[in-house]
Each structure stands twice: as C-alpha cells, then as structure tokens.
Design a binder for this molecule. Sequence first.
Ligand SMILES: *Cc1c(COP(=O)(O)O)cnc(C)c1O
Length: 388
Amino acid sequence: MSTDLSAVMRVADRPPVVMVEGHGSWLQDEDGKTYLDFVQGWAVNCLGHSPDIVAETIAFQARRLINCSPAYYNAEMARLARLLADASGLAQVFFCNSGAEANEGAIKLARKWGVRHRGGAYHIITMDHGFHGRTLATMAASGKPAWEALFEPKVSGFTKVPLGDLDAVKRAITPLTVAVMLEPIQGEAGVYPAGDDFLRGLQALTRDEGLLLILDEIQTGIGRTGRLFGFEHAGVAPDILTLGKGIGGGVPLAALVAAEPVCCFEFGDQGGTFNGSPLMAAIGSAVVETVSRPEFLAAVNANGEYLMAKLRALSSRLGHGEVRGRGLLVALELTGKDAGKVARTAMDRGLLINAPRPDTLRFMPALNVTRDEIDQMLVLLEGVLRVT
Ligand SMILES: *Cc1c(COP(=O)(O)O)cnc(C)c1O
C-alpha cells in the first residue's frame, strides 16, 4: 500500500487497503488484488460496480445539464418523480443526497402534518434496533443501543417499541403521537423482518388512529427484496416512504415520497442546494427503469432463493444458525464464531461480506449477481468458516 491516508478523517475502522477500480461483482485494490464483492457499497451498487447504464447516463447527462439550481424545475427531476410516484402509488417526491436526509425530511413532513392536522402532535414511534441514519434526528429515531449516550442533547420526540409487537405500539400511542416509522426489514440490525402481519397490523392501526405510517425503505427498496418496494410483499401502502442506497446505482441520491394528503410543506420548509439535480435524477431514472423490469425482479427472487437455500445447506453442514432475509438481502447467523473475524478473514481471501452483529454475516450483492458468482462466494465462505 502506497497511498498517503493521513489526511482522511478517521470515522471508521477501515482495513489498510485502498480500492481503485470495480466492475460488476468485482472490486480491485491498488495492489491489484481482486475481491468478490457481496457488500457493494453497503447495498448501494444495485447494478454492480460501474455498470454501463450508469456510466453512460452520467456521461450523457453531464454534457447536457448537471445542475440548474433547485430554484428551477428540471426535466430529469420531473421524470424520476413521476416514475417513483406511479410505481409506489404515492403522489409526490422530494429528492435528497442521502438516506439520512430523506428520513430527516420524513420526520419534518410528519411534524408539519401534525401541526396541521393533529394539534401539533410530533412524537414518532420507532423500533428498537432500527436504523435511520446519522444526522441528529435520525440517530434519535434509530434504536441502536450504542447510540443512546451519544451527542446529547438528543432530538426529542421518539418513542421506541420492540419490532413486531403491535400491542406495544398501541400502548405507546398518546395524543402527542403523529406517526409510526420503521424498516420493513431491519438491515443494519442484522436483517430482521418486521413481518408482513405486523406491517398490515400497523397499517390498520395507523389508519384507525389517524396516524401516519412511515416506511424507511432505504435498504429494502429498489428491488433489494425481489419487489420494487419491500412493502409490496405485505400489500400495505405507506403514507410516507423513504428511498436511498440502490436508487442511485452508487451515486448519492435518495428520495422522500409521500401520499397526496401528507404533502403539506410550505415554500421554504424543505430544500437543499444539490437536491433534485438533473445529473443525479437522470441516473436514478436509468436505475429504476432497469430494476423495475419484471424479468429483472424475477431474477432477484430466483437468485435470492438460491442463495438462501445454499446458505441453509452450508449452515446445517457446519452447524451454524438461522438464514434470514428476502430477495438479495440475506443474513446468516453464526454459532461459536466471531462474525467480524470471519469477515476479515474473508477479505484476506478475496471475499467482501459484512458483519452487522458479532454473530451475523450479511450478504447484499449486486442485484444482477450471477449464479456463478454466488457459487464462488459460497466456496470462499465455506473455506473461511472452516479455518476461522
Ligand atoms: C443506510 C440506511 C440509512 C441511511 O442512509 P445514508 O445514505 O447512509 O444516510 C437509513 N435507513 C436505512 C434503513 C438504511 O439502511
């Protein structure tokens, strides 16, 4: 390794490796070592590294219009907003640059709606172990135990309940409650599904109580679970939906999507210098059009089933635990092994996987990963599990 890293702020425990190039499921470091990538920029590169469609869209749009200021409409913003509104069954879209910013917008929109329709109610019920981002409000909304003592004073107004416990949600509702917010599958927590029945129960409950249902689909959206949106599996309809990660195919793009009656921002309430730029929006449209094709989603489902079946077989062969997930968001629970150590050994052997918990490995390959790449991953993983 020859790159000078001393000016890079140390915010993560990164291995001493510098990445320089990536294509499809393969990533390469500056020493020429290649890695089979089942992390994919944290489930961001839904079409793999540097896919042609993204590279070509960037080149084309960059020569046409990169940014015309958020003070003006642009054609690409309108096109992607229409695509997302139609696909989700919701009405309007605000574009952002990160998932946390989309969730921050969702919280603001719910609070505004609470002022308009619920006498100023602003409390949002969120889930233990949930993850919504790293801004002050989204950290407060998250249910990560390690964050409880950080960055005081907290943004107030979040009540946590256990995932899947509808009675706990009911008990947590007060006159100050405005919304319930959760991920259809908790990704960072270690791939824990909320459960379709719980989501349907929440939809009925929030409707009966006159509350908003906010779904954070930053990780589960854009084809990750085998449907364009995770909520489609449960047949529910959120009032507010947030998207990020895969929607940009690797570039910083996220979206806040809301049903018509919820769209109550007044001019000046929400905005941002880079929000809805034609360059990012053009990329988003190319990605969403690609991922939403029925044959593309069918392949995500088939490969997800295949990956999970193979992981279950591997797990029972080696005496490990549960395999959880949907589509290509999958976790394997380990027995008697440190997942972080397994992930480090895997990296040494040219495989990138993530350990969201000390006993859990997470797999989030490109959505267009091939069977052959899944097979190669399984061979590498089995080797690693046998020696770690
Ligand atoms: C990654 C993630 C976020 C945060 O997105 P950033 O782009 O990192 O700000 C929020 N919610 C969920 C469910 C996520 O997976």
